[in-house]
Each structure stands twice: as structure tokens, then as C-alpha cells.
Design a protein around this ligand. Structure first.
Ligand code: GLY
Length: 407
């Protein structure tokens, strides 16, 4: 206790979700569907990384060497996506169109072929196409491409429509448009637990369970029992309008490798095209001119008609990166919390972490939501242990953590 007078809670709920991006909203949606009352805390929902995201559901084509644990999670989430999208109706822009991975030159083709061998070893479906086959599927591809691979399992959703759909379903009274400053702890030795969050106007949201799902913003939340090793990995991304005379420019998502650099083109149902994305760790949240130039140059190498489109939006946002590119997802071991405070599973009571989704936030939303609801139900699956949020920290001999406001 800090001796200050208790501030009356603004809202009481079973679950408080800190963060109103796709991950936080997806968790809130599943928690609400499980019969719980839910509050989402975010000053501007859907305006972070979710606003930039292209929405590729790319478990296979975004597989990277030696990320097998992550692959298990991304495949599980890809499997959950049709049901998750179905629970929200047709408003999410979910499309089961395939993905073509296209090589700019012979070296790019070799790199894609090497990756294909590993993807196949993991049982992932990747079909090699000749240039002729690829161009018969997508006639706007450049004749000069060096080859292509078709991945029929990688689909897309529109993250902006997804955010709007979930916000609409939850209802405005479930959204607290303030910044969460700190976790609120209650109880003393032996029964301390997280009971909600302190808002930036001094009020509180009180909840039986608090889920920290505010991406890179989790770095600024006081009172966490364990440090979350998040770093911003900025991406520049472009939105273009395809003139009627060129529609459809492409029907599949096109992921290219052009002189070793990745680029992707994601066609939307409304005739727009998303081209992304750079990966910068330069600390700048402004759109990079060099990044825009490179994206347009490489996209145009694969689909020359890109030069004839209207560029109507450039955006830069930070992805929440982690040391192993995998999320921080689960409960925190009790040893990191106040001495003696533990739930039945040996974790800090009242707290779940769901951040650090890096390049996979949209793809991993249904799995994150499912896992969080299982944790709320008191269930855990051993296979998700690889993502526990305290895996980079050591349990201190004595608790030195400075906790947030207590009540
Ligand atoms: N998953 C796409 C990106 O992060 O750019």
C-alpha cells in the first residue's frame, strides 16, 4: 500500500486488455465470447502497427530457418483463422486467395528453392512454377522474373476492417480511450495480485485478470514483474490505387525476392494494393524516402504496371521485436512477483502477457486469443511454454521489482 486514498475504479470487468490493436482486440473478442465482461484500454485503438499491417496470413511464406517453435504457433493460428474470421461475419476482408513467391533473378530463385526444401521437410505445401505457369496465373508479372513458387495455404485479411469489426462488436462502452500507465497490485505478502491498471488521468480499471497486449507500448507500462525485451522494428508500407483499366493487377498475394531483398504486394477486394515493407532499426518513426523508393523499385521489377498506380498513402509503424522473433505470450512465473504470491499454476496472479508478435501479429491473433482464454480458464498447454514472457529473465533471489500502484 502506498498510503494514498483509493481512487474509485472507472470500470469493473472480468478482464482488462491493455492495447487495442489487432492482438488486443482479438483477445478481447474471444474473452467476450467466452462469457466474460471485458474492457479494452487504448487511447487510439487500431492506430499502431495494426494500421500499417498488410494482413498477410503467411505461416508458410514467412517461415524463417530455425524458427520451428514459432512455426508450430503460426500454423495453429492459420488453422484457426477461418473460424475466427467467421465469428465476425464478412467484414474483416478475410480472403483465402493463395500466395505466389516470385524470384527477381537466378540467385533469388536459388534462395527461394533452398527455403522450399526446408519448408517441404516440415510438410508445408509449396509448388514450384515455371515462369510461364506463374504468368498464366498472374499475367501482370514481368516476363523477366526468374521463377515462382505457389503457396496455397497463405491467405490475407484486412487489418483495418478487422479492427473496425471487433470494435463494433464489442461496443464503445467496452473501450476506455486512455493510456494505461501502470499495473495496479493489491494484497500483501502471500496474496499479492494484479487487479487492473492505472490510467493516465489517475483513474483505474479494475479486473480479475489483466492482459498486457499493447505491443511496443508494453515497454512503458510500470509495475510489470519482469522486463519485456521489446524493441521497435520499423516498417514503411505503401497503399496504392489500381485504375479500372488495370484491374485486377494481381489476384494472389505476391511475395518477391529482388536482388536478395524481400517485397510483397497484397491486392485488396476494393481495387487497392498494399506494398511492403521495409525493416528498419534506426529509431525513426517517420516514413523513409529510401524505403519508399526501394519498395516501389522492387515491386515494379516484379509487376511493371505498379508504375501506373496512384500512390495515396505511405505509413511507418513499429513492429514489436523480441530477441528470438517469437512472442511473449503467457503468464509470468511466480518467482518474479512479490514473495509468496502465486496462483494454482505457480504464476503471478491476475496477469497475462501477450506482446512481441513482431512480423506476425495479424496471423497470430486467433492463436493468441485462444491461448489467453485457455489461461483465463486455468488451462495451459505445454507446447506453448516456448513463448513464456519471462524466458529471457532470471528469477531474482529476492524480489527487487518496483511494482506499480497498490490498493
Ligand atoms: N508480416 C509482414 C511484415 O511484418 O512486414
Amino acid at each position: 500500500m502506498d498510503g494514498r486514498e483509493a481512487v474509485p475504479p472507472t470500470v469493473q470487468a472480468d478482464v482488462a486488455v491493455v492495447g487495442g490493436g489487432v492482438v488486443g482486440l482479438g483477445i478481447a473478442w474471444e474473452a467476450a465470447r467466452s462469457g466474460r465482461s471485458v474492457v479494452v484500454v487504448d487511447p487510439a485503438p487500431g492506430t499502431g502497427a495494426s494500421f500499417a499491417a498488410a494482413g498477410m496470413l503467411a505461416a508458410v511464406s514467412e517461415y524463417h530457418y530455425q524458427e520451428e517453435d514459432l512455426l508450430g504457433l503460426t500454423l495453429e493460428s492459420a488453422r484457426l483463422w477461418p473460424g475466427f474470421a467467421g465469428s465476425l461475419g464478412a467484414e474483416t476482408g478475410y480472403q483465402s486467395t493463395p500466395t505466389l513467391c516470385v524470384a527477381g533473378d537466378a540467385a533469388d530463385r536459388q534462395a527461394l528453392a533452398d527455403l522450399r526444401a526446408v519448408q517441404e521437410a516440415h510438410g508445408l505445401g509449396v509448388r514450384a512454377l515455371t515462369v510461364r505457369e506463374a504468368r498464366s496465373l498472374e499475367p501482370m508479372l514481368a516476363p523477366a522474373i526468374a521463377g515462382a513458387f505457389e503457396i496455397s495455404a497463405d491467405h490475407q485479411v484486412d487489418p483495418r476492417r478487422l479492427v473496425a469489426a471487433i470494435l463494433g462488436r464489442l461496443g464503445e462502452d467496452r473501450i476506455v480511450r486512455r493510456r494505461a500507465q501502470a499495473l495496479v497490485w493489491a494484497g500483501g505478502a502471500g496474496d499479492a495480485r494484479v487487479v487492473g491498471v492505472l490510467l493516465d488521468d489517475g483513474r483505474e480499471v479494475r479486473a480479475g485478470e489483466t492482459i498486457v497486449a499493447n505491443a511496443i507500448g508494453a515497454r512503458d507500462l510500470a509495475g510489470l514483474p519482469v522486463p519485456l525485451p521489446l524493441r521497435p522494428v520499423y516498417g514503411d508500407i505503401l497503399r496504392l490505387r489500381v485504375p479500372e483499366s488495370l484491374r485486377p493487377l494481381v489476384t494472389a498475394t505476391v511475395r518477391g525476392l529482388v536482388r536478395g531483398k524481400p517485397v510483397y504486394l497484397v491486392p485488396r477486394e476494393d481495387g487497392t494494393l498494399v506494398i511492403g515493407a521495409t525493416q528498419r532499426e534506426d529509431g525513426s518513426d517517420a516514413v523513409s524516402a529510401g524505403g519508399v523508393y526501394e519498395l516501389l523499385r522492387d515491386a515494379q521489377a516484379l509487376v511493371p504496371a505498379v508504375a501506373e498506380l496512384e500512390l495515396y498513402e505511405t505509413t511507418a509503424r513499429a513492429r514489436p521485436g523480441t530477441p528470438d522473433n517469437a512472442p511473449l505470450l503467457g503468464r509470468v512465473a511466480a518467482g518474479f512477483g512479490p514473495a509468496g504470491a502465486a496462483d494454482d499454476g505457480g504464476h503471478v496472479p491476475g496477469l497475462i502477457v501477450a506482446t512481441g508478435f513482431f512480423r506476425h501479429g495479424v496471423l497470430l491473433t486467433p492463436a493468441a486469443a485462444r491461448i489467453c482464454v485457455e489461461l483465463l480458464d486455468g488451462r495451459t498447454e505445454e507446447r506453448w511454454d516456448a513463448f513464456r514472457p519471462d524466458r529471457f529473465a532470471r528469477i531474482p533471489h529476492e524480489t527487487h521489482a518496483s511494482y506499480g500502484r497498490t490498493a
